[in-house]
Ligand binder design. Structure first.
Ligand SMILES: [Zn+2]
Length: 480
């Protein structure tokens, strides 16, 4: 079968199967479950995959909402990765052109990063790729990974640490976006930990000399880290938040204080080295104040290693699938949504994309050319980073939202169930399934991708940035 006709067949299969998947995405949008508690969302995916004949293993890597579904047999091993977690503070009415909570909802969560679409397109792609390989009697195993807690967490890093991606020849994923392209941006590695200071309480006026202030220690740690900023690598970032400032009383010297730190850098080795310096500052602050400090490691994610061998195939398949087709109605809704964005917000969104989008329409319909040599401005962090160190990885973006829509905004939640969001999701499913099938038939590309990954890791195997004894939060919270 010619490559072009395989793409046409895959695209038709995605369209033919679309209805139940749009329903899954819409239901997950409504559930808006987050951070390791995506019980119903994960089960919607797992049960549907089981009904399709996939062998499902639930609760992998110590996380009840992580699962692996597999179909087919033998090599090559092609993995599709899906997410389904939402964000806090983003309850928003569907389709509204203003920031307005949905009064029907008893909780304040929302899909502000489109992960309801992300998981569903990857799921649909796995089913369609499996069907295609089976229909044409082609060898290969297709896997879908149900990956929880991407936002402010690291579900996939724990899955990578458990070795779940080690035997993959290719890992494929995507992200809902405002443009259509191979994912070419750099991402930052990060390391996150709690610093808990223990001091001694005392009456702040009657016996201050007997007290040792845990709040003073936390404050001095923050001051110390602020001085560290001058001596950090380019693009490194350090953020902190008070979890517990020691209570509301000024007349009691606080015996306990806790700060959460996130350290980011271009590469995971840099982030870990900078984190070690932050830890030293915490120890210094404890010494200065006569307190003790306990560090509780929370999570870490590696930077994404792009794989040119796989990305080129993704680019070629996206070209073959073709541009997004949108209606006049969708265009005019997108234009209205765009009018809620400031010029600054539009410019901020544009800087992550190539010059081709300098004068965009309300919806970016075309496929951006694959030009990895062009600037790849840094975005945030993602736990896809660890997948990309464990197995050759490629990702794409498709336009599910009006051009300029910011991630983690009410506008993104509002647009999550529109026909444009669904079209972008189906486009992603086509691109992912077509790329998975193309790669399954090209062992030489898979070998090249593996060689490239080894070279980018400097010949070393993948090492998890999360220490062995740090459990994922759901397992951590279980009392034994
Ligand atoms: Zn996201």
């Amino acid at each position: 079968m010619k490559p072009a006709s395989a793409v046409a067949e895959i695209a038709a299969a995605v369209e033919a199967r679309r209805r139940p998947y749009i329903e899954i995405a819409d239901r997950i949008w409504g559930l808006a479950e987050m951070r390791y508690r995506e019980f119903e969302s994960a089960e919607l995916h797992a049960a549907a995959l089981e009904a399709e004949g996939f062998r499902v293993t639930r609760g992998v890597a110590g996380m009840p909402t992580a699962f692996v579904a597999e179909a087919g047999s033998g090599g090559p091993m092609i993995g599709f990765l899906g997410e389904y977690d939402a964000l806090a503070g983003l309850n928003q009415a569907s389709g509204a052109l203003e920031c307005r909570p949905d009064p029907e909802r008893a909780f304040n969560q929302g899909h502000g990063c489109g992960h309801h679409l992300l998981g569903t397109a990857a799921h649909l792609a796995a089913v369609v790729a499996r069907d295609h390989l089976r229909r044409h009697e082609l060898p290969g195993t297709v896997r879908f990974y149900g990956c929880p807690a991407e936002e402010a967490a690291a579900g996939k890093t724990f899955m990578a640490r458990a070795g779940l991606f080690d035997d993959l020849d290719a890992a494929l994923s995507w992200h809902p976006s405002v443009a259509n392209s191979v994912f070419m941006n750099a991402t930052l590695a990060n390391v996150q930990a709690h610093f808990r200071f223990h001091g001694k309480s005392a009456h702040a006026a009657l016996a201050p000399h007997l007290g040792r202030s845990a709040l003073d220690a936390a404050e001095l740690m923050n001051v110390g880290v602020n001085y560290l900023r001058e001596h950090m690598p380019d693009q490194a970032r350090v953020h902190f938040a008070y979890i517990d400032s020691g209570g509301p009383s000024t007349n009691v010297i606080p015996a306990f204080a806790e700060v959460l730190y996130t350290v980011r850098a271009s590469r995971i080795d840099e982030a870990l080295a900078l984190f070690a310096r932050v830890e030293q500052v915490a120890r210094g602050a404890a010494m200065m104040t006569g307190t003790t400090v306990e560090m509780v490691f929370d999570k870490a994610v590696s930077n994404v290693l792009h794989n040119d061998a796989l990305d080129r195939v993704m680019a070629e398949q996206m070209e073959a699938v073709g541009a997004l087709e949108v209606s006049e109605e969708e265009r005019s809704f997108a234009a209205k949504m765009q009018s809620t964005l400031s010029a600054e917000e539009l410019a901020s969104s544009a800087k992550h994309f190539a010059a081709a989008l300098r004068d965009p329409q309300p919806i970016a319909t075309g496929i951006q050319p694959y030009r990895p040599e062009a600037a790849r401005p840094v975005t945030g962090s993602t736990d896809m980073g660890d997948v990309s160190w464990a197995a050759p990885t490629t990702q794409c973006l498709t336009a599910c939202f009006a051009w300029g829509t910011a991630f983690h905004s009410w506008q993104m939640v509002s647009q999550g169930k529109t026909s444009l969001a669904h079209k972008g999701m189906l486009l992603a499913a086509k691109c992912l399934a077509a790329t998975g099938v193309a790669l399954a038939g090209r062992p030489e590309v898979l070998c090249e991708a593996e060689r490239e990954l080894r070279a980018k890791r400097g010949g070393a195997p993948y090492r998890s940035p999360i220490p062995e004894d740090v459990m994922p939060p759901p397992a951590r919270d279980v009392k034994v």
